[in-house]
Design a protein around this ligand. Structure first.
Ligand code: FES
Length: 165
């Protein structure tokens, strides 16, 4: 699966960088250190931008390509930041047949972002996912833990307006 790169500039803090270096130091001599270091790096930063991958590669003395390969291969790793509200739209078969693509288009144009992007204020991120097992409610969208089913594009603005903090 091809992963999209972040649409927002990297804004890591010195504290995060210090923590990352401690993690690298802890695993430096381990075989297969890339995986656990990336897991902890994602906990520190919330995602794995290329700047973080570069620090990991340099710290572990590995080629960036190898780190990038691991970060892109495993679905648990995200190369893009998540917003405070992560919107996930199911594009599984049942949802797709019931018009999920139109809902996705509507959310995308309402927020001005594409799937795997985050709004510049860090409020919303958008992602398309596979079946989440709620096909009876197709098409389904989740916003963090809230589930919205049997959606039509006309409902999208009203739902987004509820997340107004
Ligand atoms: S296909 Fe969307 S929940 Fe199953």
């Amino acid at each position: 699966m091809q992963k999209k790169i972040s649409n927002l500039p990297f804004q890591g803090t010195p504290e995060q960088e210090k923590k990352l270096h401690e993690v690298i130091e802890k695993h430096k001599d381990d075989k297969g250190a890339i995986m656990p270091v990336l897991q902890e790096a994602q906990e520190i930063y919330g995602y794995l931008p290329v700047e973080v991958q570069t620090m990991v590669a340099e710290g572990l003395n590995k080629p960036l390509e190898e780190v990038f390969g691991v970060a892109t291969f495993y679905s648990q790793f995200s190369l893009t930041p998540k917003g405070r509200y992560n919107i996930s739209i199911c594009l599984g078969t049942a949802c797709y047949v019931k018009g999920a693509a139109a809902v996705l288009d509507k959310v995308s144009s309402a927020l001005g972002i594409q799937p795997e992007e985050c709004t510049p204020d860090g409020k919303f991120s958008l992602t398309a996912c596979r079946c989440i097992g709620a096909c009876g409610l197709a098409p389904v969208m989740t916003i963090n833990d809230d589930v919205y089913g049997r959606l039509v594009p006309e409902e999208v603005d009203g739902i987004l307006a509820k997340y107004n903090d």
